[in-house]
Design a protein around this ligand. Structure first.
Ligand SMILES: Cc1cc2nc3c(=O)[nH]c(=O)nc-3n(C[C@H](O)[C@H](O)[C@H](O)COP(=O)(O)O)c2cc1C
Length: 179
């Protein structure tokens, strides 16, 4: 089973990218977010811009996706939302349609990007993805990882495991139905 990890942060030392590394999953981290151009319906034709085509192939080839999002001004970072806009087209046959996805998040504020996570779930559901319930909200993220990027909060680790398991179960179920 192939699980793709998508961090909504472009930052080198991102807590959200670190959070994905802590998921108890064999995860392939997708690192193409920065290269995705601004969505323009005039450009959304075949062939798609190369970075978009590569992203769509990566998402299409994944059995499930784990997103980790920061919160920017109480919402999803623009570049992540922009990428999802590309992924959501063509609407009827988009690579996100029926894709099992889960959302977690980290922020240095107290609430762990809960608003951004909620908005990202809404956007993904609108795009037709199968959004797994359950969240992991890493608040005060600067205090939750050790120097090696290991999540040091046991409750959060447990929550991350639960979300990861639910995501894998959903992907396995879909695989069984398709077989
Ligand atoms: C433009 C911008 C807006 C932000 N807005 C919020 C916010 O609304 N809520 C919050 O908790 N943190 C906010 N932050 C702080 C982020 O939580 C913090 O930068 C975090 O480390 C980003 O995640 P990352 O470590 O994965 O890059 C904001 C940061 C930036 C750069």
């Amino acid at each position: 089973m192939k699980i793709l990890g998508i961090s909504g942060s472009l930052r080198r030392d991102s807590y959200n990218t670190a959070l994905l590394h802590n998921a108890p999953l064999e995860l392939e981290l997708w690192d193409g977010l920065k290269a995705v151009p601004p969505y323009d319906e005039d450009d959304d034709v075949e062939p798609a811009p190369p970075a978009v085509a590569q992203m769509r192939v990566a998402v299409a080839g994944a059995d499930a996706i784990l997103f980790s999002t920061p919160e920017y001004n109480a919402s999803v970072p623009g570049q992540l939302k922009n990428a999802i806009d590309w992924l959501s087209r063509p609407q009827a046959t988009s690579v996100l349609r029926n894709k099992p996805v889960a959302v977690v998040g980290a922020s240095i504020g107290a609430f762990g990007a809960v608003w951004a996570q909620a908005e990202l779930r809404k956007v993904l559901a609108t795009a037709g993805a199968r959004v797994i319930e359950g969240d992991v909200a890493v608040g005060h993220a600067h205090e939750r990882f050790d120097a090696n990027g290991v999540l040091i909060d046991d409750d959060l680790r447990e929550q991350l495991q639960e979300v990861a398991e639910a995501l894998v179960n959903e992907a396995a179920l879909r695989e069984a139905v398709a077989a």
